[in-house]
Design a protein around this ligand. Structure first.
Ligand code: ADP
Ligand code: MG
Length: 459
């Protein structure tokens, strides 16, 4: 393979990774797992991206149902016309890593005993405690995971981590496993998604191998890491099996760590006895990261991926993408993919252009609501604080800045602005706007905030 083909291939693979992330967000999880996860990008050339599919049937199904959609996504991501070519590759390697984890061939493989049927799950060696950026939103979860990794089954058992998607639950679960392995390579760790656990069980029932299944998850397991337990809801048979697995491990003082997108009390269709088991250890939540943490995550990611990321672009991304770290990282990777395809540096202009679809919807553009949202996000306070009567500086400075930006960019009158901020008097608005105007050049904090926020306003 020539060097330029190799570079092209990397770009196509990157673009395909971004496309997969988007597709995953738009279709049903099961459809994604069945039809999209097995696809592999094998390269590109002459504007054609080659995707390997495992069978003729798979080929026809994708071709009939999703080819247009895939082509559209890739065209959008690459910023040029792209043709997609599907090729049947029957020996396509089975997918063994969990959906959220990018394939890492060198990661340690954590096998589950000797059964050939075992779902061999890899720990992604990029998901370590070192690469996890902690801040107020996740530091309790982070600390609990470290405690558990240092002293399995001594501190919190089970540890139950809950929070929205893309906030780092899977990352922490891998980090626990990796840290335990680092201390003792012989620790028998099972990392399994709830779906894999279920599939493994169904397979074992079908092939009359339940004994081996039970041995695998009970007697041959020192630490059980279970991802996305919410999928257990409504699966009675799997719940039954999981209940006994849990009890066995718990009683023999083996560590169990579980992640979920909600609290145990909120998982629908789950038996009471399991719910109480989940609640008997420590429950920790992960929230969306604050502004500073988002910027730190981007910087970290840029550093590991060797991406040159200017400060204004980092602030722009962190201001606009607030609720999901996966999307935050995705935006950076997408920028990088574009910049490397076109041999241009990453600039604020490029970021705005590329992320238009993500950050600008008509009702958000330059409305006072949008400005309030951006300002609140930037300062990690609530929009309702901006509209409140509170006078504490942590709230009053952001409010003054938001009023200043509304005056400058929305062309509203002072009384109109006062109205949007919980019915403030126009004289309050006037003095806020004046204060920011006169301090903007002398006060570094104000200057930095206004610049970052103005860069984020999409017009
Ligand atoms: P979840 O399992 O909660 O849906 P993931 O653990 O899959 O989320 O995280 C999504 C992506 O964001 C991963 O690539 C992960 O490495 C990254 N990520 C999430 N939180 C952090 C963080 N605090 N520091 C660094 N990377 C993070
Ligand atoms: Mg996850």
């Amino acid at each position: 393979m020539s060097l330029s083909t190799a570079v092209e291939k990397v770009d196509a693979v990157t673009a395909w990774g971004v496309a997969l992330d988007r597709i995953r967000g738009r279709i049903h999880r099961q459809t994604y797992d069945t039809w999209f996860r097995p696809l592999r990008c094998t390269g590109n050339g002459d504007g054609t991206v080659h995707l390997a599919v495992p069978s003729k049937f798979h080929h026809d199904w994708i071709s009939d149902n999703y080819l247009g959609f895939i082509t559209e996504q890739l065209t959008d991501i690459c910023g040029r016309d792209v043709e997609v070519m599907l090729e049947v590759a029957p020996d396509l390697a089975p997918v063994v890593e969990e959906p959220a984890a990018p394939p890492v061939a060198t990661s340690p493989t954590v096998t589950t005993g000797d059964s050939k049927n075992a779902p061999i799950c890899r720990l992604n060696d990029r998901y370590t405690f070192e690469t996890f950026v902690s801040g107020p939103s996740n530091q309790f979860a982070h600390a609990a995971c470290q405690a558990v990794a240092d002293q399995p089954a001594r501190t919190y058992n089970p540890l139950f981590i809950y929070g929205g998607t893309g906030l780092g639950k899977t990352h922490l679960l891998h980090a626990i496993g990796l840290q335990m392995l680092e201390r003792d390579r012989s620790t028998r760790i099972i990392y399994v998604s709830t779906e894999s656990f279920m599939n493994d069980m169904i397979d074992s029932v079908r092939h009359e191998k339940m004994e081996a299944f039970r041995a695998r998850y009970r007697s041959q397991c020192d630490v059980l890491l279970v991802d996305d337990i919410q999928f257990l809801g409504g699966k009675d048979r799997t719940q039954e099996e999981f209940f006994h697995t849990f009890n066995h491990l718990y009683e023999s003082e083996r560590q169990i760590v579980i992640t979920c997108d909600k609290l145990p009390s909120e998982i629908p269709g789950i038996e009471e006895r399991l719910r109480t088991r989940f609640q008997c250890g420590l429950l920790v939540d992960i929230k969306a990261p604050e502004m500073e943490t988002r910027v730190a995550i981007l910087r970290n990611k840029a550093e590991t991926e060797k991406i040159t990321l200017p400060d204004d672009v980092a602030l722009f991304l962190a201001t606009n993408i607030t609720n999901n770290v996966r999307e935050l990282e995705g935006s950076l990777i997408r920028l990088q993919a574009f910049a490397s395809m076109y041999h241009t540096p990453i600039t604020l202009e490029l970021a705005r252009e590329q992320l238009k679809s993500l950050v600008s919807t008509p009702d958000r553009a330059l409305s006072p609501d949008h400005i309030q949202k951006l300002v609140a996000n930037y300062f990690s306070i609530k929009v309702s604080d901006l509209r409140s009567q509170r006078r504490h500086r942590a709230v009053s400075l952001p409010r003054q800045i938001a009023m200043f930006l509304c005056r400058k960019h929305c062309h509203l009158s002072f009384p109109e602005i006062g109205e949007r901020f919980g019915g403030k008097d126009h004289s309050t608005v006037i003095s806020a706007v004046r204060k920011i105007e006169s301090n903007i050049n002398s006060d570094g904090e104000i200057k930095k905030a206004v610049e970052a926020l103005e860069n984020s306003l999409v017009d």
